[in-house]
Ligand binder design. Sequence first.
Ligand code: SF4
Length: 314
Amino acid sequence: MIVTIESKARPCPGVDRAIAMAEDALRHGETVYSIGELIHNTREIDRLQKLGLIQVEYDAIKESAGNIKKFEGSDLLVRAHGERQPVIDEARGCGLNPIDATCQIVKHSQEMVEQHMRDGWRIIIVGQKEHPEVMGLLDRTNGNGSVISKSDDAEKQEFEERSLLLAQSTVDPELFSQARRVLSKKLSNLKIIDTTCRFLRTRQKDIEAFSLKQDVVLIVGGKHSSNCRLLHETARKFNICSYHIESPEDIDWSWFDGKKNVGITGGASTPRWQMEEVKAYLENRSKDKNPEGLKNRKGGLFLWWTKRKSPKMK
Ligand code: SF4
């Protein structure tokens, strides 16, 4: 088995920055909180929690509103995909000091929404309603925003003529293009800003090329990561033997029967150590099952030879 990690696989700049900011604050001995998952990778969050990061739910902040003593002097790391402004205000009211790890691309979308709201535009966002980034953008529309989550939403929903169309950074670019096509015909005064993340668009192309060269593709990353799901869908279009795993425990050894080249890659929130871990696991396990020199994983050649040379059972 030849195991290769895709050379271009790495966390995106926004996730890299959020992790670095968390590590930096923790290194300085601060008490650091995050509301919900800082990034969509449970195992990396576990690692940060072992360093001291504390994950709280928004309800805990809300219940403590005005109770400065509970959180006073601690930091609140605002996640890479942004946060709603009232949440940040309430956190301040609890004595938390927000550290803004919002990715610059998401920040740009937030600014575009705020600016266009001031100028009287309506806002249409292509993305998932429950995604923190979309919730943060919607919150800035003061109730004058709509969300397109499915392919037929653009056709079915009613929109104001003077609208700004933008996207959740991690949304499927195909869904955004489709909404753009439909709404361009439907609305007379539509302004479009493509806020899908360029890093992710490039990664889609990388995955296409990488998947074609492998017999099996493993996409390592959080089960809740929409980006990993999208990469998995793309990989499967080019290589049916593509699997999304979170850790080595998810591996099914039957995936590799009769296969030689195994490619490992990861999503925007997958740190390098998780891909290295899967590589080491595959290599060690395949060595255990295949002592040096026996290339056939089922022991075919070796067994065939020993069977012929073995004395017959009586
Ligand atoms: S995926 Fe793109 S938009 Fe999202 S955090 Fe990473 S760099 Fe920023």
